[in-house]
Design a protein around this ligand. Structure first.
Ligand code: ADP
Length: 181
């Protein structure tokens, strides 16, 4: 499903983020940036060794921050690596960190004058974030950013399974923009 906010489209789709033909895909990395499982493992496998080689020069990534590398052999030219929060009790700053992952990723997109970006469900795998909450936070943060800043044409959420897709679709349906349709 798809909605528009200002100049930008926000889409939710079920699929594999490594196959997306966008300017940048976001990696739900860990703070070492030295590789992991889940979507991180899939991105490094599909993108080849150039991504890890560049990650090694970056000095890690604090929780809630984001850093950009080449996309290596991926269809996407760039990977934006962000370290999501590990979910503990919901009272340990998780929502702020998760929002920050999205804000920082979009700031990098603008800085590099990229126009299209795809996000996975950050923190929704081994980091254990409750998916409905994560979907709401992700959507609210992205819509707010798109309404505050121009320059981005497309934000696509790529969800790996049907239940996660359903939660993100619900979040997109119900998010309130000030100038959306
Ligand atoms: P985290 O450590 O941030 O929880 P994970 O990689 O464990 O990160 O999971 C994040 C989300 O990415 C999960 O919803 C998982 O199902 C999903 N995922 C795993 N592989 C892919 C892929 N190739 N494309 C898109 N999403 C993926």
């Amino acid at each position: 499903m798809k909605r528009t906010f200002g100049e930008a489209a926000v889409e939710v789709t079920e699929g594999d983020i490594t196959e997306q033909e966008v300017d940048a895909i976001v990696n739900a990395a860990n703070s070492t940036l030295l590789g992991g499982g889940g979507v991180d493992g899939a991105i490094h496998r599909a993108g080849g060794p150039a991504i890890l080689a560049e990650c090694k020069t970056l000095g890690g990534c604090k929780t809630g921050d984001a850093k950009i590398t080449t996309g290596g052999n991926l269809p996407a030219n760039h990977v934006i690596h962000t370290a999501g929060p590990v979910y503990r009790d919901g009272k340990s700053g998780e929502s702020e960190f998760l929002a920050s992952c999205h804000t920082r990723s979009l700031a990098i997109v603008r800085e590099y004058k990229l126009r299209t970006i795809a996000f996975p469900a950050i923190s929704c795998g081994v980091y254990g974030y409750p998916i409905p909450d994560a979907a709401r936070i992700a959507m609210r943060t992205v819509v707010k950013e798109l309404e505050q800043h121009g320059g981005i044409d497309l934000v696509r959420f790529v969800l790996f399974d049907r239940p996660t897709y359903a939660e993100f679709a619900r979040a997109l349906e119900s998010v309130r923009g000030t100038n959306g349709s």
